[in-house]
Design a protein around this ligand. Structure first.
Ligand SMILES: O=C(CO)[C@@H](O)[C@H](O)COP(=O)(O)O
Ligand SMILES: [Fe+2]
Length: 230
């Protein structure tokens, strides 16, 4: 079974803009996936919410499998769920090439990160805006990427939290270059350059793609703004 490009292949093409399918038209899921792919997306972000870890409920394996059937793009699956340890193999089987778990959802993320890697997917650790970098620091060597939430998770279309930029900077400074920093929440043409400047190289964008009339134009502009000379 292939889950699209490997993380190493994706990393080689950074900065990477990841459209968040949460904001797409689910009545036309296949068309939306193809539209962002044709617009130039190189990976997609899928938000799994359980109504427990976060107040909102989204979707599960069926939708990931449906997306997997219509595209070869790597699927970055963001787990906003309690007890993620119960489901990792099933997420990999559904087509998740990248899986991120919240530090706030588990006591010890290490076994899960190792399990994700051992099953052939890339492992990410997520921290909410109020969570300090020190909470994830002991586990960084088990990560392929670290996701700094720039909103409280649960909904698309929220306002970007600028105070997280200092955390992005801190993470970038302590991580080896092959471990990427991802940002998620309120990332748009207005905020993406500041994220890139701070060291982010993976950018989740929901409204900034799906709430615009021309996905390709939005992606090109976001990609341009995410390009910084470091
Ligand atoms: O994880 C989440 C929200 O919890 C995100 O992935 C959002 O879906 C991104 O949407 P925008 O903030 O870009 O509209
Ligand atoms: Fe997300």
């Amino acid at each position: 079974m292939s889950n699209g490009l490997t993380f190493a292949q994706l990393r080689a093409t950074r900065p990477v803009i990841l459209p968040s399918m949460l904001l797409c038209d689910f009545g036309n899921l296949e068309r939306e996936v193809r539209a962002v792919e044709e617009a130039g997306a190189r990976a997609l972000h899928l938000d799994i919410m359980d109504g427990h870890f976060v107040p909102n409920i989204t979707y599960g394996f069926t939708i990931i499998e449906a997306v997997r059937r219509v595209t070869e793009l790597p699927l970055d699956v963001h787990l906003m769920i309690t007890n993620p340890e119960k489901y990792i193999p099933q997420f990999v089987e559904s087509g998740a090439g990248l899986i991120s778990i919240h530090i706030e959802a588990v006591e010890d993320p290490r076994p899960l990160l190792e399990q994700i890697r051992s099953l052939g997917s890339a492992a990410g650790l997520v921290l909410n805006p109020p969570t300090p970098v020190s909470a994830v620091e002991p586990y960084l060597e088990a990560c392929d990427y670290v996701l700094a939430m720039t909103v409280m998770p649960g909904y698309g279309g929220q306002k970007f939290d600028e105070s997280v930029l200092s955390k992005v900077r801190e993470l970038r400074a302590m991580l080896p270059p092959e471990v990427l920093v991802e940002v998620d929440g309120g990332v748009s043409a207005e905020t993406i350059a500041a994220c890139a400047e701070a060291g982010a190289e993976m950018f989740v964008t929901g409204s900034a793609i799906f709430r615009t009339p021309d996905y390709a134009a939005s992606l090109v502009e976001l990609q341009r703004l995410a390009q910084v000379n470091r």
